[in-house]
Design a protein around this ligand. Structure first.
Ligand code: AKB
Length: 329
């Protein structure tokens, strides 16, 4: 693949950052965290649609961008000269199974467009999220190692595994400083996920605070790796700010925090809301969950750039419920 850097390269505005997929669950919160860290106007939020709640991204610039539209992506990179691009645009696991062709196109071509434009315009750093979905039914389920048998059996997982290999390839062949994390299920109160298998662990808190019972689409004993959003934001920013010589993994780092089942998250909610009830009605997402790890070994991240999570299930539940109660009086 031939990619030639464009000439001449104009000077960059220091600190300009482009976040693609800024209206998604992670995008909204990462954009806010980056705007807190840098000047708000230096963080360009971009998405294929404007945010449903305009307040959510009101602190800085917003640009419409379909990551599949190469010309528009290039124009924005020429205009803003970002020093970092975060490409978060993707279809998640459950949605991807319903539209495999589009999921592959968005998840793969979107990443390649970003990697190519970053090489062409000498963008110093790229971030791209991978997922526990890169693992499959042949993978050891407990304390899944960084390097192990993978064989994902979902479209989302296949696209994430291929994407990881592309990131490594661009680093090796073009010297691109592209970094990545294999996120577990992410849980936050500020934004809703969409189309994932781990999403039940967000919805359950909303139902609990609304005084409703929750029907879970996974069986009560299905353990999955999970993480509270503040830890995910900290991990992402710590990874991106670590010195390059500390980044030994150029595919994607395993990242762990906690692991629980639907029965355990329900019990932790019942500590604070004793009347809360959960019922179980597994659907097609059960098969996806069964193919994923139950817990993650993230020793490489801990060793290379000092990763350490702050939240366990009890601490997360307490914080989630407190914040959601403020939002839903
Ligand atoms: C999903 O459930 O699809 C995502 C993921 C684990 O990557 N939350």
């Amino acid at each position: 693949m031939q990619i030639s850097p464009s000439e001449p390269v104009t000077p960059r505005t220091p600190g300009t950052v482009l976040v693609i997929g800024a209206c998604g669950q992670l995008g909204l919160e990462l954009t806010a965290a980056l705007r807190q860290r840098y000047a708000p106007e230096a963080v360009i939020a971009a998405d294929v649609r404007a945010p449903k709640n305009p307040e959510a991204l009101a602190g800085g610039p917003f640009e419409l961008l379909d990551v599949l539209d190469k010309a528009r992506l290039e124009a924005l990179v020429q205009q803003y000269r970002p020093v970092q691009i975060y490409n978060l645009a993707a279809l998640l696991s459950a949605t991807a199974e319903k539209d495999p062709a589009f999921a592959w196109k968005l998840n793969m071509d979107g990443l390649l467009n970003v990697l190519n434009v970053a090489v062409q315009y000498q963008v110093p750093q790229v971030y791209w999220p991978s997922s526990i979905a890169v693992f499959g039914p042949d993978t050891p389920r407990e304390h899944t190692p960084q390097v192990t048998i993978m064989n994902p059996n979902t479209v989302y997982g296949i696209s994430k595994l291929a994407g990881e290999q592309w990131c490594e390839w661009y680093h090796r062949h073009h010297g691109l400083d592209v970094r990545s994390l294999r996120y577990p299920g992410l849980i936050g109160y500020k934004s809703l996920p969409g189309g994932g298998t781990t999403d039940y662990a967000v919805d359950i808190y909303h139902k609990a605070v609304a005084g409703e019972s929750f029907e879970c689409f996974l069986q009560e004993n299905t353990y999955l790796p999970m993480m509270y959003m503040p830890d995910a934001l900290k991990a992402t920013l710590d990874l991106m700010h670590a010195p390059a010589d500390r980044i030994k993994v150029r595919t994607s780092y395993n990242l762990g925090a906690m692991s629980f089942s639907p029965a355990e998250i329900a019990a932790s909610i019942q500590q604070e809301i004793p009347d809360f009830q959960i019922t179980y009605k597994p659907d097609g997402r059960q098969a996806i969950a069964n193919s994923w790890p139950a817990s993650i070994d993230d020793a490489a991240a801990r060793q290379d750039w000092s990763w350490a999570p702050e939240y366990d299930l009890g601490k997360m539940t307490h914080d989630m419920l407190a914040h959601l109660r403020e939002l839903v009086p």
